[in-house]
Design a protein around this ligand. Structure first.
Ligand code: SER
Length: 320
């Protein structure tokens, strides 16, 4: 049975990944690492151990790894793309100095490591349609710079020291639990909040802007499956393109409108978000993930919309 530490367990992905891992490996085997001021609550608090774990403090990480005999670290600490542009130094400190700490602890204690990359690791010179697994990665955002570095450093620790690093490039992640904060793809989450509250949505991204997105259950499945994959089949490691849906704002709007005919949307394009979105792929080619570890998503846009519109009002305590 794996013994897992999640760094960033109360964040957008961490809060749901922690629960999914606890379901799979047992609550006591999954330690929720969080920063001061972001303590777990409710189910997350009650379902297993938790520790303050600051990714910028290597001793703190090492102490938890030793205390719980950790063999796998999910390193989810990061700033999203828009906020990283306003705090580039902090983005580097958390994303790269933090990763260095995690990899060193992993090397010393024999842990496997998952540190997500993103569609943000691509840039304007990347082929935008069916972006290949191995292609040009020259991002112009600090988020992208940290993600490319994450991929390279993770590969380096595998090739040089044999640390079992593996990961995926997440599309924009959509869920009804913990909202993202400061990302370019956040609009695709926010739009559902407006729809279920009966409010008009103002979209910060312009019509026709395609980006890859993924529904949280598929993002969780990918995070677990890649770490369970047979290593002898892995040609790539850090990090796999994964894809399940790609859409522009008008497409998700029309899809929601199918179930909420009165829903309205207008546009107030935000320049920074738009320039970041324009630099990212329209859609990824995830053939390598499908071939090397049988990646297969379950949700398309319509299935996701139905699930979001059913679950979000319950979570927000709204009457349907
Ligand atoms: N969701 C991220 C962002 O928008 C991209 O991976 O910053």
């Amino acid at each position: 049975m794996k013994r897992i530490l999640i760094i960033g367990a109360t964040g957008q992905i961490g809060s749901e990944l922690t629960m999914a891992l606890r379901k799979q490996y047992g609550g006591e085997n999954v330690v929720a690492g969080h920063i001061v001021g972001c303590a777990p609550k409710g189910e997350l608090l009650e379902s297993g151990p938790f520790e303050v774990c600051d990714v910028t403090d290597s001793q703190m990480i090492a102490n938890i790894v030793k205390k719980y005999h950790i063999d796998t670290i999910y390193n989810l600490a990061a700033l999203l793309s828009v906020v990283a542009e306003s705090k580039p130094k902090l983005a580097w400190k958390i994303g790269i100095d933090g990763l260095w700490n995690v990899l060193e602890v992993a090397l010393e204690h024999g842990c496997a490591v998952f540190t997500p990359s993103s569609i943000g690791s691509f840039g304007p010179s990347t082929p935008h349609v069916m972006t290949p697994q191995d292609t040009i990665q020259r991002p112009r955002t600090m988020y992208g710079v940290t993600k490319v570095t994450t991929e390279l450093l993770s590969d380096y620790y595998f090739l040089k020291y044999g640390v079992d690093t593996r990961s995926v490039r997440f599309p924009g992640v959509i869920s009804n639990v913990t909202p993202p904060g400061g990302g370019t793809t956040d609009y695709a989450v926010d739009i559902y909040y407006s729809a279920v509250r009966g409010e008009k949505f103002t979209c910060p991204i312009k019509q026709g802007t395609l980006m890859d997105m993924i529904y949280m259950p598929d993002a969780l499945k990918a995070s677990i499956d890649i770490m369970e994959a047979d290593p002898s089949r892995l040609v790539h490691r850090n990090a796999f393109n994964i894809a399940s849906m790609s859409f522009a704002p008008e497409t998700i709007f029309e899809n929601i409108k199918k179930y909420k005919p009165d829903f309205e949307m207008d546009y107030a394009v935000e320049a920074l978000k738009q320039s970041i979105a324009d630099s990212w792929p329209d859609c990824l080619d995830d053939t390598c993930a499908r071939e090397e570890w049988d990646w297969k998503p379950e949700y398309d846009l319509d299935r996701m919309t139905q699930d979001m519109l059913e679950k979000l009002p319950i979570r927000l305590g709204l009457n349907k």
